[in-house]
Design a protein around this ligand. Structure first.
Ligand code: GTP
Length: 421
């Protein structure tokens, strides 16, 4: 029997994802029409031996519960939310809930960062983990450029055994282009290792007169994986399938495009097929449209567009490389390009909402999202996609270019390279 743990963080995490995470927890933000972590859950339920999925985070349970109830009805796998009383770090939560994870004596368990997007090769990872002698952790690794690698956990491995001999989290200078994807297989004995770190931290706390609570905060990468490198217990499987992180709102457009592409083989029923009868709007694949959305037949949608429930799209509207969240209204002849339109936002007629794609060259096979900073050194906003928070109103005949608009704003003019607070 196998289990999976998805680390979903909490309200104080995911700040670079604002304003999109202001009205919905980031793990539930819809990418390609389904909540971000539903993609993780679907990868897990595809594994026959996997019987339980535990979401660990510090969001109030009320924000997560409905999502769990909805999915629980759909799959024959137990799904539970375990709420940390405070942020416990990427290993502290695992240790705190160790009894629930160990319950039923699983052969191993997956740990997945909730903020990554991928064509998750979980079967391959588990097969590899099982083939090793006494492993504690197998890390899913992928190749990045030298420049990109500095934003991730970097690993040096023995090319014959795949053992990780050296691990540095976000190094200040180049270590390796093999990076940690935040997807792991753990053996149950990992709790002895985390337990040793916890006890040592607890003793430190007593010595220094600090609160015992500090000992509970444990960072997986720095405090567990880095010291484990070179001990014969830590391994990495390098994969070449698509993977990226969802840190900034801009990276959601990149992830949306890739999940839509994966639907071609995994969920063709989620893609709207082009229709030549003239009754439906014009579709350039890949496009996901919720069945409750109303799209005028003269609209032209795609490629790489997701449209949520209750959205209304008027005549002659053109949308490309964008995410339109539920209940938004896009009026006649407007253009939406490289943008995210928040829930219940309204775009007038003949408006133009446009961003500049900030993702890497899609022709590079292992291109990853950089962690772009929002501002240049001189304080100017970096050109990026345009994002409207929820319930924003954009008047007719205006242009919004490379801008971010916070929720509930009624714009009265065109804007370019601005943040409207
Ligand atoms: P950043 O670039 O600083 O974001 O670092 P990172 O990419 O290494 O991410 P980080 O380690 O902060 O988070 C990895 C995953 O773990 C994300 O999905 C977070 O939401 C989640 N996470 C981070 N801290 C906690 C925590 O204290 N508790 C739980 N349950 N999850 C966490």
């Amino acid at each position: 029997m196998l289990k999976a743990v998805i680390l979903i963080g909490g309200p104080q995490k995911g700040t670079r994802f604002r304003p999109l995470s202001l009205d919905i927890p980031k793990p539930l933000f819809p990418v390609a029409g389904v909540p971000l972590i539903q993609h993780h859950i679907e990868a897990c339920v595809a594994i026959e031996e996997l019987k339980e999925i535990l979401l660990i985070g510090f969001y109030p349970a009320a924000l997560i519960q409905q999502f769990i109830v909805d999915l629980q009805h759909r799959y024959n796998v137990t799904i539970k939310y375990l709420q940390e009383f405070t942020a416990l770090g990427t290993a502290g939560g695992l240790y705190h809930f160790r009894d629930q994870i160990r319950y039923g004596n699983p052969d191993a368990f997956f740990v997945m960062n909730g903020d990554v997007c991928a064509d998750f090769p979980l079967e391959d990872l588990y097969k590899f983990h099982k083939s090793l002698t006494n492993p504690l952790v197998t890390i899913m690794g992928t190749e990045a450029t030298r420049q990109q690698s500095l934003h991730y956990g970097c690993m040096v491995t023995n090319k014959t055994t795949q053992e990780v001999t050296h691990y540095v989290e976000k190094p200040s200078s180049y270590v390796s282009t093999l990076i940690n994807c935040g997807i792991y297989v753990f053996s149950l004995d990992i709790f002895n290792t985390i337990g040793d770190v916890f006890t040592a931290k607890q003793q430190d706390c007593y010595r220094n007169g600090n609160s015992n609570r500090e000992a509970g905060y444990i960072q997986l990468e720095q405090e567990i994986l880095a010291p484990m490198a070179g001990t014969g217990k830590l391994f990495a499987l390098q994969v070449t399938k698509w993977w990226s992180q969802l840190k900034t709102a801009g990276s959601a457009i990149y992830a949306n495009r890739h999940y839509l592409e994966l639907y071609r083989t995994k969920h063709p029923e989620r893609l709207r097929q082009p229709n030549t009868s003239g009754e439906d709007c014009t579709i350039y694949p890949d496009v996901h449209i919720d069945p409750t959305a109303q799209i005028h037949h003269s609209a032209v949608i795609g490629p790489n567009v997701s449209i949520g429930s209750g959205v209304v799209i008027g005549p002659g509207v053109r949308i490309r490389e964008s995410i339109i969240l539920s209940d938004a209204v896009i009026n006649d002849r407007s253009l939406i390009l490289h943008s995210i339109i928040g829930r219940s936002s309204r775009i007038g007629t003949w408006a133009r909402v446009e961003g500049t794609p900030s993702d890497p060259d899609p022709n590079k096979p292992f291109a990853k999202m950089e962690n772009p900073t929002l501002f240049n050194n001189d304080g100017r906003l970096n050109p990026s996609i345009t994002i409207l928070g929820c319930s924003v109103s954009v008047p007719s005949e205006t242009i919004l270019l490379n801008s971010i608009v916070l929720p509930n704003k009624e714009l009265s003019r065109s804007i370019k390279n601005e943040i409207i607070l």
